[in-house]
Design a protein around this ligand. Structure first.
Ligand code: GLY
Length: 563
């Protein structure tokens, strides 16, 4: 972690906001009209160029999503899925779910051996881990309903990028090197991604360009039916996986009512199940709302305690109650009621940590990761989209099709393979998220839009597996309660608690020894060995003068482009 976490500017802004109620001046890139913030400069530039030629935020979504599949194959994808939350300039809000689905032949015990134990690797690596991809269905559905430019015109610069190639960054070279061996094992030594790359190399993607050109011409059908679907099904099945042509033909993206709630004078619009993001964040915010977090101070022991205790309780509910709403009814009326959330916090005290065993039971190891990717867009008319998309693990299942030019997800691991056994994020699940044919696996993705005084204020989201929800919530609180600019709210150090394991995780820098020892004295279990970053938030703030401020996370290669 760099010294940006210790910025004196951040301190100055905090002090300024303690005394005055004016808008915090921006510290990130500011543009007048429109902006795209994503994990790669190339993708943000393509999205922004689509806006500049008169496209709207939904056209730019299509372009950015696919440009990330080219420039950020770590998580950008054709072989994965995602969620998008939108707010149109007229105030209409909505969301689309293009989450992967279990194949029709999947069943509850798919990943268990005869003794009923989880078979290691089967839901995380190779063809057996792959869920039916949703990305192309999602973007073609969005384009058909909300787009304005011709589909092939939007894809043209993406195809050109795949042909021209993308320069490997320092961070990308590291992530590719760390995954090279396992990709070679799953996809073969000859695979494009099993080669050695160093920063500055240019990787060209001719196979992906051909696949994208077919999609530009044939739309959704080109992917889910006919020759390409046949190739995908054969490729997966030859390697022991389960996806059939029928699974692909039957895949549909679903428009869903987002989760909407108020926090003080904010209106927060986020993703509903099968993502747990909106519901869990709603619970966290409502549990902390009765307290005056601003007075506690940014990342003070009291603020951390309050947020941690709310997260502990919300994640315990998440893991038990949430799943695909089309398969298991979720008691949202109770889970989100004021009375329930008040009762949930009734045993919270600033004197002493609640133990997770008092909230529920279990003991597991956490295995965090930084997959998934998020982008935020505001167009020149004021339409906003917030999109999080994923392959699940880094490069998904590590299964790469040389012929089609993309990786397949390992999203089947987001189901609970067996109640009580953790997935790769250390999250344990219950019956609500068990495997069933055609079911969507529970997600933590939290694409979010925030209104202040009835106007668009923030567009925000992040990767980070189970840490997504807490990273998004902290970014909103940093901007709202602690008065940080968008960029500083993104830069600020983050922490995370998810009920089990009963451990608070802190980013490597930015939390003082005093803060940590105060928390330890109160009984908090702190993970001191694990010092990874938490999330890569990409966000936009609408300033009072209508201009846009970016928060592009310096933890990655993330970049904002606009005009
Ligand atoms: N695969 C990460 C998530 O959906 O939360």
């Amino acid at each position: 972690m760099k010294s940006y976490l210790k910025s004196p500017l951040l301190l100055a802004v905090l002090l300024l906001n303690l005394c005055c109620k004016t808008e915090t001046p921006p510290s990130g890139l500011v543009t007048k009209n429109a902006m795209v913030v994503s994990a790669r400069q190339e993708a943000s530039a393509i999205g922004s160029a689509i806006l500049a030629k008169g496209g709207n935020a939904f056209d730019a979504m299509v372009a950015t999503e696919l440009a990330l599949a080219v420039a950020y194959p770590f998580a950008g994808n054709l072989g994965g899925g995602g969620f998008m939350v939108y707010r149109k300039a007229n105030g209409d809000v909505g969301s689309i779910d293009y989450r992967e689905k279990a194949p029709a032949s999947a069943h509850r015990d798919l990943y268990l051996d005869e003794a009923g134990n989880v078979i290691p690797g089967m839901s995380t690596l190779g063809a057996t881990a792959v869920g039916v991809p949703g990305t192309i269905a999602g973007i073609t559905e969005v384009h058909a309903k909300m787009g304005s430019l011709p589909f092939d015109e939007i894809l043209a610069p993406v195809i050109a990028l795949a042909k021209k190639g993308v320069v490997v960054t320092e961070k990308q070279a590291k992530s590719m090197a760390s995954q090279r061996e396992i990709i070679a094992k799953i996809s073969g030594e000859q695979s494009l991604f099993a080669q050695h790359y160093v920063a500055g190399d240019t990787i060209k993607y001719p196979a992906l360009a051909t696949t994208l050109a077919a999609i530009a011409k044939g739309g959704r059908k080109a992917f889910y039916e006919g020759e390409m679907a046949e190739k995908i099904a054969a490729f997966i099945q030859e390697r022991g996986g389960f996806i059939t042509r029928e699974d692909l033909a039957n895949y549909e993206a679903v428009w869903r009512q987002p989760v909407i709630f108020n926090y003080k004078d904010l209106r927060i619009i986020s993703m509903s199940p099968p993502s747990s993001g909106g519901v869990t964040m709603h619970q966290i915010f409502k549990m902390i709302e009765p307290y005056n977090m601003k007075d506690f101070g940014h990342n003070s022991p009291q603020s951390i305690q309050l947020f941690t205790e709310a997260s502990r309780r919300a994640y315990a509910d998440r893991n038990f109650f949430l799943g695909d709403p089309d398969f298991s009814p979720i008691p949202l009326d109770v889970l989100l009621s004021d009375a329930y959330l008040k009762e949930r916090m009734s045993n919270f005290s600033f004197d002493k940590a609640t133990l997770s065993s008092e909230v529920s039971h279990g003991a597991i190891q956490i295995m965090e990761s930084e997959e998934t990717t998020h982008y935020s867009i505001v167009d020149q008319d004021g339409n906003a989209v917030s999109v999080t998309t994923t392959l699940n693990g880094a490069f998904g299942s590590k299964l790469y099709s040389e012929e089609l030019g993309f990786f397949f997800n390992n999203e089947m691991d987001d189901f609970s393979a067996k109640a009580g056994v953790p997935n790769m994020f250390g999250l344990i699940g219950a019956e609500a998220n068990s495997i069933a044919p055609g079911k969507r696996m529970l997600s933590s993705m939290t694409p979010t839009i925030v209104e202040k005084e009835g106007k668009l204020w923030l567009v925000v989201g992040t990767p980070g597996g189970s840490t997504i929800i807490t990273a998004v919530a902290q970014t909103i609180l940093n901007a709202y309660e602690h008065g940080l600019s968008m960029q500083d709210a993104v830069n600020a150090p983050r922490f995370h608690h998810q009920w089990l394991p009963d451990t608070v995780i802190f980013e490597p820098e930015g939390f003082s020894k005093n803060t940590l020892s105060t928390l330890k004295e109160k009984g908090y279990l702190i993970n001191e060995e694990r010092t990874r970053i938490i999330g890569k938030v990409d966000a936009i703030r609408v300033l009072e003068n209508g201009q846009l401020e970016a928060g592009a996370d310096p933890r990655g290669d993330d970049a904002a482009v606009g005009f």
